[in-house]
Design a protein around this ligand. Sequence first.
Ligand code: UDP
Length: 543
Amino acid sequence: DTKDDIEGLMKILVDPNERQGYAWIRMRIRKMWPKWVLAAGNLKEKQKLEKRRRKKILVHLGLLSKQSGWGFAENQFKGGPLGELVQWSDLICTLYVLGHQLTITSETYQLEKILSQLPAANSPCQSRTDLPVHIIYTDIVGLRQFKRYVKGGYGKFSCLLRIVDSFGTEPAYNLRMYAKAHKILTSWGGQDLLPQQFFTMFPHSPDNSFMGFVVEQHLNDSDVKGIKRENWALVYGKNDYMYENATRVSLYRGKDKYLNTIKKRLEVHGTVYVDEKAKTKRSYMPSFVTNHGLQKPEDFHILLRKSKIFVGLGFPYEGPAPLEAIANGAVYLNPKFSTPHSSKNIQFFKGKPTARELTSQHPYAELFIGEPYVYTVNMHNDTQVLKVLDKILQNKEFTSHMPYEFTEEGMLQRMNAYIEHQNWCQFQKQEAKWPPHSAISFVMGADGQSCKDACWQQGLICEPSHFLQINSARSMKQAKVDCSREDYVADIFYPGYDPHSNECVFQKEELLFSCVGQKTNFRRFCPCRNYIKGQTALCQECL
Ligand code: UDP
């Protein structure tokens, strides 16, 4: 059954180094706890949550380990990145509330201790009933630690792994041999897991699983009820460098000018962390911005409720804050990138195992939410910015919007479905049982189209677990393609056929089945599934 005792969770969530690494996570969990308990109750009324097996789950936060060197622990109250900590907090709550037995670690010696209790090597995952763990959530740092420090080999539990990976890992970057041959191997990629074992922050590519997080909402809370919306634009950025007007890099040009334009209509406010020791340092924030300093999350939400507009500066990419703004009724001004940002042209994405191109600072807000909650604008075009501002300011309501997938209940529902159904430990290869066949349709893409786009065009989502089923001349025939030749090749485009020669090519390497691969003069054959509106990760029959 589900669990609602927070003190039990707090006992598990103790930093082994006593350096307050878990402080922000603990703070978030305490604050949101009543909502999690409520959400579990509501979900139980909608669907059966009894009769599930209580699983032993290990959560290893590599990012907080001393070795990671990322400074997450050190900077959690100094304007450092929080998106990852948001996601870990919410994952931990989800697993605990769903009633599973949790162990939380962040140092390698803890890992060694737990996993050394594994039963004899060489027994397939499936046959082990006495496993010390059934599922392991970690991140790439943690994965490296597993590979290095856990004795007895990592292979035997690799099928249990779920990697928290905010930006995602595409199949081409995941398969080491392929990435190497194509010169795209990075220190993040080449993990040779199933692409679905990577769990992303937003629904980026259907090759990975969408884990998400929860967007805090205080709509009905008494403390926000009386707050009046002022004529404010709140700038999105916890750090001074985000305001930098770096003319060296053409893609980042013009933030002063942009904020000056906004100032013509609204009072401009910010929440930039101020380092008292470095106060004399030059600041990039224009002097007309009223800086409130880095806020506690609850105070940040009050500022959002006082603001009409939340102004993106182009960085950070794809964070939680714009969704919080929208949930609090502020309209998000989302900078459009006329040249998309990706690992090809932006330092931040260099080495990230994805070729995904961002058309704006927040593609999810742009593509899944849109107007009237999100306006994606060219920040260098003053006329366009003013026009959009005038359109927004005419609106007196400032209603809030919250996609179900980002609520506590939505996250519980999605993660529970994954925990109950995703199983990568079958010893023998089998056709996928989940999502069920009834949710799947097969679609022949247009020439040069990826499966992600081909499915989307039909109102469906690419479902990589069903590729195996259509990887044969027989299924091509069912799709009315008479193959003039049949070939097996290891690349990210197959199965499919050349529409000019009718030559069919099938997939030789299962890890390369990919939703995003696309190739001119080639029509891909794609497995697609239906989805629940507001819960895109799940098919209608998936609950
Ligand atoms: N946040 C905060 N104080 C602030 C500004 C933001 O606590 O002054 C919180 C915000 O509520 C959000 C988190 O920081 O939950 C992450 O925000 P962001 O979108 O900036 O993502 P990041 O770049 O930190 O991953």
